[in-house]
Design a protein around this ligand. Structure first.
Ligand SMILES: Cc1cc2nc3c(=O)[nH]c(=O)nc-3n(C[C@H](O)[C@H](O)[C@H](O)COP(=O)(O)OP(=O)(O)OC[C@H]3O[C@@H](n4cnc5c(N)ncnc54)[C@H](O)[C@@H]3O)c2cc1C
Length: 325
């Protein structure tokens, strides 16, 4: 169990945030997979200024927190989260034109789909690959989201960061130390928060952008399941695909409780109804062990585990129905 916030600090939180502090709130409703236990404390930030103010206050009273965007790249434990969860709903988007060309500046809680569609309507190209990614630009900056050969690292011109003990700074892309689905920010949760991002775009026409976006959306519909999920569960190992390996070890379609390895794409784990995080964890361990014993590859999670994950210290796979384990 991670430690609950001490009583004195809970009092400070209640005094400071008053009715803005929600207690014992189920997090499943704030995640794309619809899985996760309660947040002891939750604060919703509905503008960029509010987000910065909330984070600065939490640093001042020295209370740990976790920012959530759309919760589409995380698996929240059934035991929930002891840190304060800050739900980012700062969603302003504006378009800029300067000597270097068109750009979009978005607050970190803006949804990728919304930014993409607004760019496409203006005939501004570059983000079409992101049209169906159900996350915020903040989460995408942290995890270097990408698809079809493009990624955030390739488009990001500047990111506005609020850093503990330093304040607001504008960072060039190099400072984020990007790697495949990884960044300095991902390695330092609680140390810095993304406030805004500026992405470079190219002038095109609405028709061309729409055609490009439509092709990506179609391709996704054909190859990826539509149910509640976290997107790709594992990173692709060097030179291979996690989905291919999972399929090769015969686990496509395997179910534990209401969690299922998608029969359409084996790197997607679907919540068929009321899946528990523990069910998903069992499938994760089963996949890792089968793939390791057959291919000598230990699959690394792309999805982040958030909250109390005692279970991670156990390698026990709970028994799966039908002797699947
Ligand atoms: C159906 C589906 C398809 C997907 N397809 C893709 C894909 O093609 N490519 C891809 O890369 N991903 C994909 N994803 C994963 C996910 O949508 C992206 O990674 C997305 O960018 C995550 O954004 P989010 O707002 O949901 O982040 P969250 O899941 O809310 O958070 C992810 C991490 O970022 C941190 N974080 C979030 N916002 C901030 C902030 N403002 N400041 C600091 N830290 C922050 C969180 O603390 C957490 O550590 C898919 C997911 C689903 C469900």
């Amino acid at each position: 169990m991670s430690t609950p916030i001490p009583t004195a600090k809970v009092e400070a939180l209640r005094d400071t945030f008053e009715s803005g502090l929600l207690e014992n709130t189920p997090l499943a409703q704030y995640t794309a997979a619809r899985i996760g236990g309660p947040a002891d404390f939750l604060i919703i930030a509905s503008s960029g200024d509010q987000l910065a103010e909330v984070i600065n206050t939490l640093w001042d009273i020295d209370v740990p927190f976790r920012v959530l965007g759309a919760g589409s790249n995380i698996l929240v434990s059934d035991q929930g989260v002891r840190e304060v969860v800050v739900l980012n709903r700062a969603r302003e988007v504006r378009f800029i034109e300067d000597d270097e060309g068109p750009k979009v500046e978005a607050e970190s809680g803006a949804m990728l789909g919304v930014i993409t569609r607004r760019s496409v309507e203006r005939g501004l190209s570059g983000l079409e690959w992101a049209a169906s990614i159900p996350g915020t630009i903040g989460g995408a900056v942290v995890g270097n989201a990408g698809a079809y050969g493009d990624d955030i690292a390739g488009m990001l011109e500047m990111v506005e960061i609020l850093q503990r003990g330093i304040g607001v700074e504008q960072w060039p892309v190099q400072r984020l130390e990007y790697a495949y689905r990884d960044s300095w920010l991902k390695q330092h949760p609680g140390e810095a928060v993304v406030l805004k991002a500026v992405l470079g775009l190219k002038q095109s026409t609405p028709e061309e952008c729409k055609a490009k976006m439509g092709a990506f959306v179609e391709q996704r519909k054909r190859t990826q399941p539509s149910g509640a999920s976290m997107g790709s569960m594992f990173k692709n190992p060097e030179g291979d695909y996690a989905g291919r390996l999972i399929e090769a070890v015969g686990l496509k379609g395997t179910q534990q409780g209401a969690a299922q390895i998608s029969p359409l794409h084996a790197n997607f784990f679907i919540n068929l109804g009321d899946a528990a995080a523990a069910d998903v964890w069992d499938l994760i361990q089963l996949v890792r062990e089968r793939v390791a014993s057959q291919f000598d590859v230990w699959l690394e999670l792309e999805v982040e585990l958030v909250g109390d994950w005692e279970i991670m210290n156990s390698n026990v796979i709970h028994s799966l129905p039908g002797g699947q384990a």
